[in-house]
Ligand binder design. Sequence first.
Ligand code: BJW
Ligand code: ZN
Length: 286
Amino acid sequence: HKMAPSSDFHAFQTALRAARNIIAVAGAGLSAASGIPTFRGAGGMWRKYDAMSLATPEAFERSPILVWQFYHYRRETASNASPNDAHRALSAFSRSSLRKQVAPHSNFTLITQNVDGLSVRANQELAAVQPDPNDQPNLIEMHGRLFDVLCNNPTCGHVEFNTNSPICEALGGTEKLVEQHVVDPDIQVKDLPHCPKCGGLARPGVVWFGERPHQLDEIDDLVAEADLCLVVGTSSTVYPAASYAEEVEQNGGKVAVFNLERSHGDNQAHFLFLGPCEETLPKALG
Ligand code: BJW
Ligand code: ZN
């Protein structure tokens, strides 16, 4: 595919109507309008905190207190945020009754790298106003969830969904310290969250570098079948998510990128909608 990407909404909607198996691969830009900082790009939080020093299993072994402080801060930010119009546009589109008006014969799955739970909450909010028990939204949170608490003992592996704020007494109020990149000197490892089943140290239920993303087999099948891939608010620099659009394209499918700025591989896309996805997605999918 060698033509420059199109930014024509009408042409995109024609492609959308013709597609059978649609996937969306989302990243931090999807939640930017909800006030959740992105990792790289403008305002990326990993300018202040070194990515590799916090999102690896080695960092947790070395400094579980610092890593828990960081994730406590992230949990507080996410629980104080709400879904935005981009989450809502994807939720509405994933509703088959609504999607059939736009893409009559299609299946749709949202594959998100985000761990903030805002796409789940957008689906729940839609289900509350328009209940449809026969229509379960297809959503994969491939990098896990901030509100899953996972036992760090591999022989146990107990996982619990836990939205407590703070997650434990010792971490309460340490958000401010994280902003200054300081470890609270009063916290001890014994004060951190522990597994209710085996008593071992618990960790955030997110996927760190070097770890296997969730539902990879299911994702690989969806990517292999997809004839249209929406790439929403991701820098496309973290694998394997970064490779999905290229695979769809190699299989003869189309790719549409929705990003505030230029991102990795977008010159190969059929469609490129530059701007805030909370504005472009409702327009494209509505
Ligand atoms: C807007 C906007 C608005 C802003 N509107 N847009 C192949 C080649 C090279 C390396 C590898 C490879 N395969 C694997 C690797 C290693 C590694 C990797 O990719 N490294 C790279 C750095 C090179 N990958 C892994 O280790 C992965 N695991 C794996 O592959 O396992 C294999 C395996 C198989 C079997 C057994 C065992 C192993 C795991 C990756 C885990 C990533 N984890 C993190 C942290 C999660 C927890 C947490 O949140 O703390 O996930 S890293 C971080 O990056 C987070 C994100 O999900 C991820 C992607 O970032 P994202 O979403 O793209 O954010 P940004 O900030 O980069 O971009 C935001 C974009 O939004 C920008 O473009 C803005 O312009 C835009 N934007 N406002 C629209 N309003
Ligand atoms: Zn355990």
